[in-house]
Design a protein. Structure first.
Length: 398
């Protein structure tokens, strides 16, 4: 069913009239999304099993997501099939509160119908229900986000590479809109196994993998434990086992992630942490990063998963038979590491240790912080495209 308010601008009415429910995913089976045209008005899109309805702003209720753009930008979005994502990347369109729902609405109203179109989906796997977005056709590429992030952190990558590859960005278990099991370990092995379970559910025998931060560490684990399932690996500022002494390790071992079921960190603290990851110049991404982090973190299970994953990162053993750096020497997949020279979380000094452990790996250093795909999008994705293209020219593996 389609219901459109006659008072809404033509651009908004055009968008909702071409709403495609197969590209939209509402985790709670319904959604209220506010569309704002400054100085012109506000309208709410209500989505449920019956379809999409556009009505005047419902002032008595808070929307799940808010999309704001001026009249000209909304007109461009309505005319251009790719206009929504272009406007968001350029900063002319702001999405707040729930990036999953906001971008999902853009995907569902783009007018695109081919297999390459952007779609939001969820699927039941052996690791529980996983939320993901997919776009493009070609060789499959799995995208794995970092600690506290979601699949939304890879929207620039999806946009940059979907013309040549089938991009699949997932929310890891415990994060975003995926299942958050209470008894999970939330360590690299668990995350790597979850990705394999997603591949199994999607019928993928093999895929390239790109991971950022904690997702980069999970990518390495995939290469070490499941070499037959991966093609080429790209690690963007990957979190790695500490080489320095960890003075707080005894205390951290005693702390239980279950404490997250009770404790809540103030938003101001969360914003300060995100500002350490993303530069002030990327303010729109800082806002989106805070919103996405809080969506999971403000739930008891989301907090527990965050603490459990952070604890595993800090406590991972660097040396010994099962130590990370000992095992890393066994990485056989063609690998590209992209480092940020101004990274405050994973110092670029780690690159020299990786070079010694994996001499065949390729390394690129960029003038950015911890999220190269956002901060230096053009350089990052050009390097990835060249790296994947090299693999295609050599016809690696089945």
């Amino acid at each position: 069913m389609m219901e459109v308010s006659s008072s809404a601008p033509l651009s908004l009415r055009t968008l909702i009239e071409r709403f495609d429910s197969s590209a939209f995913d509402a985790p709670q089976r319904r959604a209220q999304i506010r569309l704002v045209v400054p100085s012109d008005g506000r309208w709410d899109v209500f989505v449920d099993g019956a379809g999409a309805r556009l009505r005047a702003e419902e002032q008595r209720s808070e929307p799940d997501a808010t999309l704001t753009a001026d009249r000209q930008t909304w007109g461009t979005i309505a005319r251009d099939l790719r206009g929504g994502m272009d406007a968001y990347r350029s900063g002319h369109l702001r999405i707040r509160h729930n990036l999953h729902l906001g971008v999902s609405l853009l995907a569902a109203t783009s007018g695109m119908t081919g297999p390459e179109r952007l779609r939001f989906r969820r699927i039941e796997t052996a690791s529980g229900e996983l939320s993901f977005l997919t776009a493009g056709v070609g060789e499959p590429v799995i995208l794995i986000h970092g600690l506290g992030a979601t699949k939304g952190s890879f929207l620039p990558t999806v946009s940059a590479l979907a013309d040549s590859f089938r991009l699949i960005a997932l929310d890891l278990p415990g994060f975003g809109d995926s299942a958050k099991p209470l008894r999970a370990v939330y360590d690299p092995e668990f995350f790597a196994r979850s990705v394999v379970h997603l591949m199994d559910a999607l019928g993928l025998e093999r895929a390239h993998v790109i991971g950022n931060s904690m997702g980069g560490r999970a990518t390495l684990e995939l290469g070490l434990r499941y070499p037959e399932r991966v093609g080429r690996l790209v690690m963007l500022a990957p979190s790695l086992a500490w080489l320095r002494q960890r003075p707080w390790a005894p205390l951290v071992r005693l702390l239980r992630p279950e404490l997250g079921l009770l404790q809540v960190t103030p938003r101001s603290v969360v914003e300060a942490v995100v500002h350490q990851i993303l530069p002030v110049a990327e303010f729109s991404w800082v806002q989106a990063g805070v919103d996405e982090f809080l969506r999971a973190y403000l739930t008891p299970r989301g907090r527990m998963a965050f603490y459990a994953a952070a604890r595993q990162i800090y406590l991972e053993e660097p040396h010994g038979a099962d130590g990370f750096w000992t095992r890393l020497a066994g990485l056989s997949a063609p690998s590209l590491f992209i480092w940020g020279k101004a990274d405050r979380l994973v110092p670029i000094g780690f690159a020299s240790h990786v070079r010694r452990a994996v001499p065949a790996a390729r390394h690129i250093e960029l003038d950015c912080g911890h999220v190269p795909q956002v901060e230096r999008s053009a350089e990052t994705h050009a390097a990835i495209r060249d790296f994947f293209g090299e693999g295609a020219s050599r016809k690696e593996g089945p």
